[in-house]
Ligand binder design. Structure first.
Ligand SMILES: [Zn+2]
Length: 113
C-alpha cells in the first residue's frame, strides 16, 4: 500500500477519478472480505443438517448481491485503467461529476440508468 501524497503546487487536490479509484479499491476490498465471510458461513450452513432452507436461500441471495456489487466495482476500476472512466457504457456520453461522486461504480448516466 503506497502512501498517497499531495502533489506540490496543486491546490485543487486529487481529481475526481483519483478519489473514485481510492473509493472503488476500498469498496472492492470490503466486498471481497464480506464475500469470503459469507461463503464461509454458507459452508457452515450446508454442514448443519438442522438448517432450514430459507436460511440458505437468504445467504445465497446475499452472496449474489455482494458478488454483483463487486463485479460492478471491478468494471469501474477497469474503466479507470482503460481511460474510459466517467463514460456511460450504454450511450458513451460523459456521466455527470455529481453522479460519479455519489456512485463511482455507476455504469450508466442518469438518462440510461
Ligand atoms: Zn447514457
Amino acid at each position: 500500500m503506497t502512501n498517497p501524497t499531495t502533489t506540490p503546487g496543486s491546490d485543487t487536490g486529487e481529481s475526481l477519478q483519483e478519489r473514485a479509484e481510492q473509493t472503488l479499491q476500498a469498496h472492492a476490498a470490503r466486498s471481497e472480505h464480506q464475500l469470503h465471510e459469507l461463503e464461509s458461513d454458507m459452508v457452515g450452513l450446508l454442514g448443519d443438517s438442522g438448517t432450514i432452507q430459507e436460511d440458505r436461500d437468504g445467504s445465497r441471495r446475499l452472496i449474489e448481491s455482494v458478488r454483483a456489487d463487486l463485479e460492478r466495482t471491478r468494471r469501474a476500476l477497469a474503466r479507470i485503467e482503460a481511460g474510459t472512466f466517467g463514460q456511460c457504457t450504454k450511450c458513451r456520453e460523459p456521466i455527470a461529476d455529481a453522479r460519479l461522486e455519489a456512485i463511482p461504480e455507476a455504469d450508466y448516466c442518469t438518462n440510461c440508468a
